[in-house]
Design a protein around this ligand. Structure first.
Ligand code: EPU
Length: 336
């Protein structure tokens, strides 16, 4: 194990922020992780794929870059398989591995940036599927004691872009591997998210395979979301807010076209992208950063913007949304 000093994190965060880490080490096994934590259990930054964070300043801490690799089929049933995936595997590469083996359940989650180990923390989701739908358990190391603990689905309190690892257990555990259950013969094809249906129709596909679903999702994502390799970004910067039905009715009088999804009898979710677009921010560019022109929920770094610039822009957007709609937008991205 080598601990390096003053390392740039530019290539390790999808916003492409050039900040320095006081100390950095790449972790390739649970044993090494336990050893490092045994002597350093405070002042840590745990880094996975770096795709859900905005770094606004140098990191005055030891960065633990989780690079534990491995994908293993651990049981095979008539129609299902259980697969253990190590935390440092890239999520989309894992999805591609599943599609090659014809294992179903992750195809709607194609092209989500980030690593497998961070997927449960925010219960990644897209196009009608969330990680929790296929999740069995994960193994995580207690930072203080280095004990390994298994968290089953019911232990994780999964919610919309949320879990116990973002709440009560924040900063207490490091996920080392995840067990998922996928289908292997009869797949459940999920096309209920509108854009997938129209994409399949445009391509003349009537009975889609999981590979067709993945291709459609990739094509939809590529048409809306910038590739972090070309333009720094962190996907959706904000969560879609949930508001009361009564507030929604008032807004609907003022904005008859407001899109919404019913969450319960008394609450609805409003697409933050629509709010931001309606408040006039879509495609706005300030020097070398701005709001993406195809999806207003995505803030972008066109090159050499600072984390502070993006953070200030996010605050400006939050203030405008509060004034125009009386809605509080919460950031989905971790701001450090
Ligand atoms: N919309 C606009 N203007 C915009 C963007 C969106 O009016 O600039 C409206 C449209 O009416 C559209 C609706 O918002 O029909 C929903 O848009 P979209 O289908 O793009 O989904 P979203 O709610 O904006 C969420 C996730 C995405 C995920 C997509 C697809 C959140 C915060 N974001 O976006 O996740 O890919 O659904 O499932 O829940 C991510 O988390 O990084 C991410 C990209």
């Amino acid at each position: 194990m080598v601990i390096e000093k003053n390392i740039s994190l530019k290539h390790l965060n999808s916003f492409g922020m050039h900040v320095l880490a006081k100390e950095y080490t790449s972790i390739e096994s649970k044993q090494v992780l336990a050893k490092v934590l045994n002597t350093n259990s405070s002042n840590l930054l745990v880094l996975g794929g770096g795709s859900n964070m905005l770094l606004t300043k140098d990191v005055d801490a030891l960065v633990l870059h989780i690079n534990i690799k491995g994908i293993e089929v651990i049981s095979v049933f008539e129609n299902n398989v259980k697969i253990r995936v190590s935390a440092g595997e890239n999520w989309h590469e894992f999805v591609c591995w599943c599609l090659q083996k014809n294992y179903g359940g992750v195809e709607n989650l194609s092209l989500i940036p980030g690593n497998v180990g961070t997927a449960p923390i925010q219960n990644i989701g897209a196009y009608g599927v969330e990680l929790k739908d296929i999740f069995i358990s994960c193994e995580a190391m207690n930072i203080e004691t280095q004990e390994l603990r298994t968290f089953y689905k019911e232990d994780c309190n999964f919610g919309y872009r949320n879990s116990i690892f973002k709440e009560e257990l924040k900063g207490k555990y490091i996920i080392t591997s995840v067990i998922l259950e996928l289908s292997r013969l009869e797949h459940t094809i999920k096309t209920n998210y509108g854009a997938i249906e129209s994409e399949l129709k445009n391509n003349g596909i009537e009975n889609p395979t999981i590979q067709d679903i993945s291709k459609s999702v990739i094509s939809i994502r590529n048409s809306k979301l910038p590739n972090p390799k070309d333009i720094g970004n962190s996907g959706s910067f904000f969560k879609n807010p949930v508001i009361s039905y009564s507030q929604f009715e008032l807004l609907k009088n003022q904005f008859p076209k407001i899109p919404y999804f019913e969450i319960s009898e008394t609450t609805v979710k409003i697409p933050a992208g629509w709010l931001i677009e309606t408040a006039g921010f879509k495609g706005k560019t300030f020097k070398n950063y701005g709001v993406h022109n195809k999806q207003a929920l995505v803030l972008v770094n066109y090159g050499n913007a600072s984390g502070k610039d993006i953070f200030e822009l996010s605050k400006k957007i939050q203030e405008a949304i509060l004034i125009v709609f009386d809605i509080i937008l919460e950031s989905e991205v971790n701001i450090l």
